[in-house]
Write a protein of this length. Structure first.
Length: 266
């Protein structure tokens, strides 16, 4: 259920120091991996954007972005978006991204890009299903070793998404008229066998589906070895699909299971 928050651009050093603390609260980051306030301040004063979400004067979420380039095109790279755990699933992140989109359009951007862990099903649902971003690039061990609570012990593979700000998939979602593709019509390239991943199949047909754990954190508690097995299996599946000209265009849930939907692009 949505909650009332105020979204505004952060420009002062004291506000940006609060962003340091929020990174640690949300991700359990060690000090050495936190983006410091002086770096955030330099970005804001040189064409970047840090948005804050406030509830009764308290910072409860933020989104941090800076200028990037893809193939000679200027894009906005959204590096971090975070919301306090007790306010997740209350549309705070959605409002931050919508405000980021409005700012980017006013600055002449046509696309925002960012990366996320493909095993984090909550993020996949938000990025692909709710926002309408699409993924055509898989980055193997993108950040190298990280020691925060979410990444510890796993290669930091990432999907990089494109959020085409005025494209029909994005506008249809924002306007509430988008109809998702049916999971039943998508051929499986990876499915669970028990708690672990099954064999990777070759992609075929217009739509394919690729399963990931419904909750990586709960899976890790049941069996600390299984997240790595899923990382390696999903890496193989995504690389095969992307090489065969598929793009991840949606993320669905059915009977307690979570699936990417990938569509052949040519």
């Amino acid at each position: 259920m949505p909650v009332a928050v105020e979204i505004r651009i952060l420009k002062s050093a004291p506000e940006l120091r609060e962003v340091e603390s929020l990174q640690q609260l949300v991700w359990g980051m060690p000090d050495r991996e936190v983006v410091p306030s002086h770096q955030l301040l330099a970005v804001v004063r040189n064409g970047g954007l840090v948005l804050g979400a406030f509830q009764q004067g308290r910072l409860v979420g933020f989104s941090y972005a800076f200028v990037g380039w893809r193939g000679g095109e200027r894009v906005l790279h959204s590096h971090m978006t975070a919301v306090l755990p007790d306010l997740q699933d209350h549309d705070v992140g959605y409002r931050l991204k919508c405000a980021q989109r409005e700012w980017a359009l006013a600055q002449g951007y046509g696309r925002i890009v960012w990366t996320f862990d493909p095993l984090q099903s909550r993020n996949a649902y938000f990025n692909l299903h709710k926002l309408g971003a699409r993924a055509e690039r898989y980055l193997v061990d993108y950040y190298g070793r990280m020691e925060d609570e979410l990444n510890r012990g796993l290669p930091t593979d990432r999907l990089e998404v494109d959020w085409w700000l005025t494209g029909e998939p994005v506008r249809a979602r924002l306007e509430g008229r988008w109809v998702p593709p049916a999971l039943e019509g998508a051929r499986p390239v990876l499915e669970a066998q028990g708690d672990g991943p099954g064999p990777v199949r070759e992609p075929a047909g217009k739509l394919v589906r690729l399963e990931v754990p419904a909750s990586l954190a709960e899976l890790r508690q049941r069996d600390p070895q299984l997240p790595l097995a899923w990382r390696l299996a999903t890496r193989e599946a995504f690389l095969r699909c992307l090489a065969a000209h598929y793009a991840a265009v949606d993320f669905g849930r059915h009977a307690g299971r979570s699936f990417y939907v990938l569509e052949r692009t040519r």
